[in-house]
Design a protein. Structure first.
Length: 347
């Protein structure tokens, strides 16, 4: 077993602390990655605090991993030592169900294996990217194009693909009006990607505090949802709305902003249910949908798209010792727009 430095949550109520964890030996289809940067996702906080269900501790979070291949198994063909690579939210799946065969491993009928907090193939609990190294099956490792620096590429492995996938699936592009609810880690990527796809982009944020940022990121319009007039002015305006907020909002009110046959897609994952007034749907043949991340093939496509269009996450690189402060700042919406851990500070 390989021992590596990491930061782990000892319980749902304690701060993360430095620790040492074991990584499995590199199998014939495995890749050993020296982690260079690991993004901090709101999902990390929900998970380690037990808000999405009980966990086994200690738990090392992190599913926005960017690094360099340092060793490969004997049968590995997709990656080589020295490659710049990334690992996102999953590290395995059944490979055999209809969804896996279609390249939609995130929707594996048996459940994909999460990068942390999931039961791995050897029966152990997966540990994530707040660490100096990780061992992953080659099929779940993607290549990071040379045009993307590793620190700004790391958040693309979750925030990037989580927004790219629904934008692509629901046809964001020229002639389409897309609204993004929330301008945070997910929201700022949704704005950049939708703009690059050619859509007309509007940000719907609680206040106008980030309006200047939203316009710089690619939004043509920006409205404050704390102003009731916003919902009157924008009624029936959008073909697609991406909700990136991981908190309770009035979904029925936002559904009224969709045009005929429009869709509101939830990618944020609040701990509490989101009630919906059915009349908000049936009066405009509207749809309320959900979307997870993307499959491995689509994740690679997203990275290539971002490289081509010079799209990267807006990041604040931090030392591992500042992780707990970063968590508090995420909860206070005090981040522009993704914290990324420099794992050299774990050494």
């Amino acid at each position: 077993m390989l021992q590596v430095n990491a930061y782990a949550a000892p319980s749902a109520t304690e701060d993360l602390v430095p620790t040492r964890i074991d990584r499995r030996e590199v199998g014939e289809h495995d890749v050993l990655i020296g982690v260079k940067y690991s993004g901090i996702c709101h999902s990390d906080i929900h998970t380690v605090r037990g808000e999405w269900g009980p966990q086994q501790y200690p738990l090392v979070p992190g599913h926005e991993i960017a690094g360099i291949v340092t060793e490969v198994g004997a049968a590995v063909t997709r990656h080589a030592v020295g490659d710049r690579v990334g690992v996102g939210c999953m590290v395995n799946s059944c490979r055999e169900c209809v969804h896996c065969r279609a390249g939609e491993e995130q929707y594996c009928l048996l459940g994909n294996t999460g990068t942390y907090g999931a039961t791995d193939v050897d029966g152990t609990i997966t540990q994530g990217g707040y660490a100096t190294a990780v061992v992953v099956n080659e099929d779940f490792v993607v290549n990071i194009p040379a045009a993307l620096e590793l620190d700004v590429a790391a958040p693309l492995l979750c925030a990037g693909i989580t927004t790219y996938s629904p934008l692509r699936h629901w046809g964001a592009g020229p002639g389409k009006k897309v609204a993004v609810i929330g301008l945070g880690g997910l929201g700022h990527m949704a704005v950049k990607i939708a703009h690059a796809m050619g859509a007309e982009v509007t940000v719907l944020s609680r206040t106008l505090k980030k309006q200047e940022d939203g316009v710089k990121l690619g939004a043509q319009n920006y409205f404050a949802t704390e102003n009731p007039e916003t919902f009157e002015v924008l009624a029936g305006s959008f073909d697609l709305i991406i909700n990136t907020v991981s908190a309770g909002i009035d979904i029925s009110a936002f559904l009224q902003l969709l045009s005929l046959d429009g869709t509101l897609v939830n990618v944020g994952a609040p701990a509490e249910p989101l009630p919906v007034n059915v009349f908000s749907l049936i009066t405009g043949r509207r749809s309320f949908a959900g979307s997870m991340i993307g499959g491995i093939r689509e994740t690679q496509e997203m990275l290539d798209f971002c490289a081509e269009h010079r799209i990267a996450a807006e990041v604040e690189v931090i030392a591992a010792q500042d992780i707990n402060k970063a968590y508090e700042r995420v909860l206070a919406s005090d981040v522009h727009y993704r914290f990324v851990i420099d794992t050299a500070t774990l050494a």
